[in-house]
Ligand binder design. Structure first.
Ligand SMILES: Nc1ncnc2c1ncn2[C@@H]1O[C@H](COP(=O)(O)OP(=O)(O)OP(=O)(O)O)[C@@H](O)[C@H]1O
Ligand SMILES: [Mg+2]
Length: 227
């Protein structure tokens, strides 16, 4: 039996904006095992990014529990969640969140530096990943000197460089042409085979969704299997 990497137990989340209450998640259940990849689709505003933030420990559910590698992740305090996130998770945000002052190599190196690698060792690893996303010639560029799709690929390289147990991706191929989107799909597939990496991918890209092991639709606050 493969290891359970991420688990949601009856996750609920509600936003209250003044008098308005928006029940975004109404009891999400999910089990994700090592090497497994899932796609999450759903209408704009259905709560996909909200759910991904819960899975990544960036936000806490109002009710229910997120478990990461059999630890009660969502019940940990912010510091512990941050440590667990750095150690076990990679995150590709819907809007890339690269550090503007740093080059592509430095941005991709960051998770390794946090883990204690030397700058040189981190840069070598970072360059390897940048090569795999087709950016070997852009290592010294800062985010403002990159195109939207290039920034997205740097963000993907950064999420993968630590060989995390699980990678959470919010619209990873939204700005990419077909060839680059395919290269990213291949990289994901290789990692799931070589390093047992699990993937949760929020996407509108049907082609990418079909490549994942399972696909779910977030609808009325619940995850429904998509056939
Ligand atoms: N911080 C917040 N405060 C109040 N409401 C919020 C907050 N964040 C999100 N929402 C609301 O929660 C709902 C879900 O938002 P979310 O960003 O999760 O949607 P999404 O499925 O990722 O949409 P998209 O496909 O457009 O990215 C939306 O109706 C949004 O307006
Ligand atoms: Mg979103």
């Amino acid at each position: 039996m493969t290891q359970l990497v991420l688990e949601c137990r009856n996750i609920k989340k509600c936003y209250a904006e003044g008098p308005q209450r928006v029940e975004v998640l109404r009891g999400v259940e999910l089990q994700l095992h090592a090497s497994e990849s899932i796609a999450i689709v759903g209408a704009s505003g259905s709560g996909k990014s909200t759910l991904l933030n819960m899975l990544g420990g960036l936000d806490k559910p109002d009710d229910g529990e997120v478990r990461l590698l059999d630890k009660a992740f969502s019940d940990c305090n912010e510091n512990v969640r941050g440590d667990l996130r750095n150690q076990y998770l990679g995150f590709v945000y819907q809007f890339h969140h690269l550090l503007p002052e740093f080059t592509a190599i430095e941005n991709v190196s960051m998770p390794l530096l946090i883990r204690g690698l030397s700058r040189k060792a981190a840069a070598v690893e970072a360059m390897g990943l940048l090569e795999r996303v087709g950016l070997q010639a852009r290592g010294l560029h800062k985010p403002a000197e990159l195109s939207g799709g290039e920034r997205q690929r740097v963000a993907i390289a950064r999420a993968l460089v630590n060989k995390p147990a699980c990678v959470l991706m919010d619209e990873p191929t939204g700005n990419l042409d077909e060839d680059n989107a395919e290269a990213i799909q291949k990289l994901m597939l290789d990692l799931s085979k070589q390093s047992q990496t699990a993937f949760v991918v929020v996407t509108h890209d049907q082609q990418l969704a079909r490549k994942m092991h399972r696909c779910f639709r977030l609808d009325h606050g619940k995850l429904e299997p998509q056939l």
